[in-house]
Design a protein around this ligand. Sequence first.
Ligand code: FA5
Length: 339
Amino acid sequence: MKEKISELLARFEADLASGKSPDELRVAYLGKNGATAELMKELRNVPVDRKKEAGQMINGLKTKLEEEIGARARALEEEALQKAISSARRYNPTLPANNDLGSYHPITLVQREVEDVFASMGFTVEEYPEIVDDYHCFEALNIPKHHPARDMQDTYYLENGQLLKTHTSAAQNYIMKKYGAPLRAIFPSRCFRNEAIDACHENTFFQMEGMMIDRDISISNLIYFMKTMLSEVFGQDLRVRLRPGFFPFVEPGFELDISCLICGGEGCPSCKNSGWLELCPCGMIHPNVLTAGGIDPEEYTGFAFGLGLTRLAMMKYGVKDIRDFNAGSLRTLSQFKSR
Ligand code: FA5
């Protein structure tokens, strides 16, 4: 055992001298399957009368390795700190600013593109706050208190009883009361849900709601506007599928999915391996919602949609992981400068 410990120590010193990082050293020597764990396993083969001594030697070795790795980590931290201090000292606030211009966030870019497409078809672009009340987010949308559909969106409630908008549909009632019928409007916004985050789910993401209300509006109008928007934004016809979807504020309701452009429909983490990405649920506005908005459902019909803007940006720019949008990485964002 003594020999093995000396060999391991020699190997460790060589790795330390070669500049391996503290994390690498920790995994290689102190990790679950690291070198000291291997030695521990060998304790089984040591005769009983030497076991205690061998165990103490291995523990001594572990302590030594931990100390040395810790010292290396502290030295590196100190080095980084000194570097930061000396570069901060080089910062001269009296120098003129360089000409490196900022850039728009990819979601802003795609939002503006969609806005332009709908504006050219007579839609107005509306704003609505991110903090809303229960009535607008749920009740006015045919989702009374205790309705099971409330569980579809995990809501962040504020202490004053208001909540962070879970979907852009929260502005539907306000828009209907503002304009009455007929109306054509889109309203983009940030939305918030207490979600488990993965490659295609964020807890903060963007949607764009759209509503068109008039006499004799039908599902054909809805399909036409959805198709036009997608082919304008992507500059090509995409594979799209429409399937039934349940939302209390539309009847009938649909889920509009597009074939995942990251994997070409083969299945990948960005589309949860399904080959399709849920992008834009939509449907014919429920008569109760029109009534709550002061519009007579006997006279008018309309469609509404809730486009996932962040997911649209993923597909348009080939961003595989939705988390990249909120990471604030200048390296990622600067790639959109020239657009
Ligand atoms: C809604 O939010 C409905 N308000 C949409 C709607 C509007 C239906 C009008 C009918 C009529 P949903 O929860 O499925 O539905 O979200 C809509 C879209 O937002 C999704 O298809 C997806 O593209 C996007 N989205 C939803 N949750 C997330 C999330 N956690 N991260 C990123 N995008 C999301």
